[in-house]
Design a protein around this ligand. Structure first.
Ligand SMILES: C[S@@+](CC[C@H](N)C(=O)[O-])C[C@H]1O[C@@H](n2cnc3c(N)ncnc32)[C@H](O)[C@@H]1O
Length: 251
């Protein structure tokens, strides 16, 4: 089984809370006195996880260049929370049984792990049930994405699908309305009804929504822009749209 890294205080804390059994070892910065780090140590000791106290260089070497590990790196196995189409259909069934309207986020080819992480963080905070992305040409749950997600990647289901257009159709058949976010849309997000079963689709950093994805949307919505800049960063736009939906859905 391949080993994965999770680093950063929030991400590691969430990992120890959600799936401590998957953590093989925790590497901590020697001599660092930080309350949050102490909490992590206690949590790890409670779960009999091996701890090693190392110098900064050893931790820096474990993560991508320039990444801020905040003095903690977890080595894990078998913790990948990446789900498939079958999981999504089961999730829809469960929500139906609980009479809960699906609230989904779809990222149509977001490739920057920082953006994926930021979208996951906002989605989790907004109460989204799952985040969906195409398997190919999209950022995956890399250590960077997990770190930026601040723990959201450890708790929010992340579903990858081979054919996004087919998934959109399946969602529509299940009664989910598809709202694509696009700067050139005529419908304003604040005038849209986002209270029912819905999936918000966000486009890629450079190219926006793909043609086929766009064609499968029931509505295209825009965030009105007052200035000269033509678009928002995808994670910012995700936050704006999701929290408008949260507002309408009564929090
Ligand atoms: C950086 S933008 C992509 C810009 C790209 N040039 C385009 O043509 O869409 C990435 C994504 O964020 C969302 N987005 C950014 N600004 C938006 C706005 N003002 N209204 C709605 N969605 C927006 C869209 O989903 C867009 O595809």
């Amino acid at each position: 089984m391949s080993q994965e890294l999770v680093y950063g205080l929030h991400a590691v804390q969430a990992l120890l809370k959600g799936s401590p059994q998957n953590v093989q070892e925790l590497m901590l910065l020697r001599g660092r006195k930080d309350q949050r780090l102490q909490k992590i140590i206690l949590q790890a000791e409670k779960n009999d996880i091996a701890l090693s106290f190392v110098d900064r260089r050893t931790l820096d070497d474990k993560v991508e260049e320039g990444a801020n590990h905040q003095g903690v790196v977890a080595l894990c196995v078998g913790k990948t929370k990446v789900h498939d189409e079958k999981f999504l259909l089961e999730l829809l069934e469960q929500l139906d049984q609980r009479a809960e309207a699906p609230f989904l986020l779809i990222l149509d080819g977001v490739t920057d792990p920082h953006n994926l992480g930021a979208c996951l963080r906002s989605a989790e905070a907004a109460g989204v049930h799952a985040v969906i992305a195409p398997k190919d040409k999209s950022a995956g749950l890399t250590p960077t994405a997990r770190k930026v997600a601040c723990g959201a990647a450890e708790v929010l289901p992340f579903v990858t699908v081979t054919n996004l257009a087919r998934t959109l159709q399946q969602l529509q058949q299940a009664g989910v309305w598809i709202f694509g976010a696009a700067g050139e849309a005529t419908q304003d997000v604040y005038q849209s009804q986002l209270t029912g079963p819905m999936a918000l689709v966000m486009g890629a950093e450079g190219s926006g929504l793909r043609r086929l994805t766009r064609e499968h949307c029931d509505h295209l919505i825009k965030i009105p822009m007052a200035g000269e800049v033509s678009s928002l960063n995808v994670s910012v736009a995700t936050g704006v749209c999701l929290f408008e939906a949260v507002r309408q859905r009564g929090g």
